[in-house]
Ligand binder design. Structure first.
Ligand SMILES: N[C@@H](CCC(=O)N[C@@H](CS)C(=O)NCC(=O)O)C(=O)O
Length: 374
C-alpha cells in the first residue's frame, strides 16, 4: 500500500525546467503509437480526454503540460454511424478543418508514419459560425484507407494485381460494386499502419471497414459477402455447401498454393518430387470438387463465386508463370482444371483485374529471381 502511494506522489511532482516540445514525428511515431499499442509511460504527459465535450478555453486547465500548446489523446467520435466523418461539435461552437491532411514522414524520409490535420474553432453553429484564434492540430496514424502520398509508397512495391491474395479482395469488391480506396504497401519496408492493423501476420491484404481492420484474404472475402449481402453472393446459401466451398478454398491455400511455389523454386530431383506432389494435390482437388458439387467445376460462365475468385486470381496466371519460371499447371495432366481456368480467364471482370501477360511475366521473374540486395 505505502509503496503505491509513494509512486503516486512522485507522479504528481512538477519537474522544474521541464518543457514538452515534441516534434510531429515524435508525437505520432512515439507517443501516439505507444498509446495505441497500450504501452503506458511512467509519467502521464498527454492526458486522454474527449476534447469535444469542452470548449477550447476550458482545455488548458485539463492538460497535464503546456503553456501555449496543450496535448490530449482523443478517441475519434463519428458523426454518423456509417460515415468516417468525425463529430467535431462542442457546446459553444465547432472545429473546422483548414486544408488537406499532411503526411508526416519518418526522419529516414521514406515512410509516412502519420497524418496531420489543422482545424480552427468557430463559435456558434455551422452556417453562422464566427472564426476564433483557437487552433488545433490533429495527429493520427495512417489507416489503410488513407490515400498514400504518391510515389513514396510505390517505388519498390509489387503491384497488387500481381499479388493473388490482394487481387481476390479487389475482385470481390468490384464484383459487389463497392468503391474503395487502395493503399499500396511496400513489403520490404512495412508501414506502421500495416503493423498496427495486422500485428499478428503483418501481411497484406487488410481491409479497413468503418475504421476496423479485417485480415486474411479468405476471411475478408467472407466479411465482404456478409456485409454486402444483397448483391451477387460469393458463398452458397446452403450451410453444407458453404462448408464445402470453405473446405476447398482452404485446401487450395494450404496445399496447392505452397506446392506450386515448391515446384517453381526447386531444381533436379527435388523438382521431380515437387511436381509429383503438386499433381497429386491438384488431382485430389479436381476429384473433390466434382464429388462435392456434382459438376466438373463451379463457374457457370456468368457470376464469379468464392472458389472462382480464390482459384482464378492464382491459376489464371499460369501461362505467365510458365514463361517466367517453369510449367506448374500441366494441361495434359489436368485438362478439366485448366478448362475451368480458361473459362475464368474469359470472364470480363477477371480480364480487367489481372495485369497484362508481359507485365506479369516480368513481375514474376522479379519476385522469384530477386537479386540479393547489396
Ligand atoms: N494467408 C494470407 C497470406 C497473405 C500473404 O502471404 N501476403 C503476402 C503478400 S503475397 C505478404 O504480405 N507478405 C509479407 C511477408 O510475408 O512479410 C492471406 O490469405 O491473406
Amino acid at each position: 500500500m505505502e509503496e503505491t502511494n509513494d509512486v503516486d506522489k512522485i507522479d504528481e511532482v512538477m519537474l522544474p525546467g521541464f518543457r514538452f516540445h515534441p516534434t510531429d514525428e515524435e508525437l505520432v511515431g512515439f507517443y501516439l503509437k505507444r498509446k495505441i499499442q497500450q504501452q503506458p509511460l511512467s509519467i502521464e504527459l498527454i492526458k486522454q480526454l474527449d476534447i469535444y465535450k469542452y470548449d477550447p478555453w476550458d482545455l488548458p486547465k485539463l492538460a497535464t503540460t503546456g503553456e501555449k500548446e496543450w496535448y490530449f489523446y482523443c478517441p475519434r467520435d463519428r458523426k454518423y454511424r456509417n460515415s468516417a466523418r468525425p463529430n467535431r461539435v462542442t457546446g459553444a461552437g465547432f472545429w473546422k478543418a483548414t486544408g488537406t491532411d499532411r503526411p508526416i514522414y519518418s526522419s529516414e524520409g521514406n515512410r509516412c508514419i502519420g497524418l496531420k490535420k489543422s482545424l480552427v474553432f468557430y463559435k456558434g453553429r455551422a452556417a453562422k459560425g464566427i472564426k476564433t484564434d483557437w487552433m488545433m492540430h490533429e495527429f493520427r496514424l495512417p489507416s489503410l484507407t488513407d490515400s498514400a502520398p504518391p510515389k513514396r509508397f510505390t517505388e519498390k512495391t509489387i503491384p497488387a494485381n500481381v499479388n493473388a491474395y490482394c487481387t481476390r479482395v479487389r475482385l470481390a469488391l468490384k464484383l459487389k460494386g463497392i468503391t474503395y480506396e487502395y493503399v499500396e504497401e511496400d513489403l520490404t519496408n512495412k508501414s506502421e499502419s500495416l503493423l498496427h492493423y495486422n500485428p499478428v501476420h503483418k501481411k497484406v491484404p487488410v481491409l479497413v471497414h468503418k475504421g476496423k481492420p479485417v485480415a486474411e484474404s479468405l476471411v475478408i472475402l467472407e466479411y465482404i459477402d456478409d456485409c454486402w449481402n444483397n448483391s451477387p453472393k460469393l458463398l452458397p446459401e446452403d450451410p453444407y455447401q458453404r462448408a464445402k466451398v470453405r473446405f476447398w478454398a482452404n485446401f487450395y491455400d494450404q496445399k496447392i498454393f505452397p506446392s506450386s511455389h515448391a515446384v517453381a523454386l526447386s531444381k533436379g530431383k527435388e523438382q521431380v518430387n515437387a511436381i509429383k506432389e503438386f499433381d497429386e494435390l491438384l488431382g485430389a482437388f479436381e476429384k473433390g470438387i466434382e464429388k462435392d458439387f456434382s459438376i466438373k467445376f463451379p463457374f457457370n460462365g456468368e457470376t464469379l463465386g468464392f472458389l472462382d475468385i480464390v482459384v482464378g486470381t492464382h491459376a489464371c496466371n499460369y501461362r505467365a508463370f510458365e514463361e517466367a519460371v517453369t510449367v506448374v499447371f500441366d494441361p495434359k495432366k489436368h485438362p478439366a482444371f485448366l478448362w475451368w481456368v480458361a473459362k475464368l480467364k474469359d470472364s470480363p471482370l477477371i480480364k480487367e483485374t489481372l495485369p497484362p501477360h508481359d507485365k506479369l511475366v516480368a513481375k514474376i521473374k522479379e519476385v522469384f529471381f530477386q537479386a540479393p540486395k547489396a
